[in-house]
Design a protein around this ligand. Structure first.
Ligand SMILES: [Zn+2]
Length: 168
């Protein structure tokens, strides 16, 4: 298990309020993958397209766990993507399979340079910096070879900043 993994009971509305925003201000939601801790507040964004890879959606239909049942029961509808997708000149989605078979990451070009939002492609900066196959956290890679290739591709983008979901 990840040592730094903590469930924080905080609504996305509260988190957005810290930035002067409300859920209705969010025009687009990108789910890097469909583990519960990365899509659990999707219903707050019923007005916005929810973007996931088709391969990821097909994975949860195959796996049929509690997330699948919850997604089906909620009636949420995804905009399913087939591979890399350019959303704007400065915003694109790249497929980064390995953590799950349909994992994707977000590449943004900002004043800082290239910023990456990598979901669980690497849980922590330590994994990003030193992807030692023998000492990966449990659950980091469903397919280790595919996962390693995705990490190599992300690093090749030479990001100015990488945003992790389970660091700290
Ligand atoms: Zn995950």
């Amino acid at each position: 298990m990840l040592r730094s993994y903590k469930v924080v009971n905080r609504t996305v509305a509260d988190a957005l309020a810290d930035h002067g925003l409300a859920p209705v201000d969010v025009k687009l939601v990108i789910n890097t993958h469909l583990h519960f801790d990365h899509c659990g507040q999707n219903p707050a964004f019923a007005h916005a397209p929810l973007m996931a890879q088709r391969a990821e959606y097909e994975r949860i239909l195959r796996d049929r766990d509690e997330v699948t049942e919850w997604i089906e029961a909620s009636g949420m509808r995804f905009e399913l993507l087939d591979g890399d997708t350019e959303l704007a000149g400065d915003l694109r989605i790249v497929t980064t399979p390995g953590h799950t078979s349909g994992h994707q990451s977000v590449v943004a070009t900002t004043g800082m340079g290239t910023e990456l939002f990598i979901g669980d492609a690497a849980y922590t900066r330590a994994v990003w910096n030193h992807a030692d196959r023998a000492h990966l956290p449990d659950g980091q890679a469903a397919d280790i070879d595919v996962w390693h290739r995705s990490l190599t591709n992300l690093r090749a983008l030479e990001p100015a900043s990488v945003h992790f979901c389970h660091d700290g």
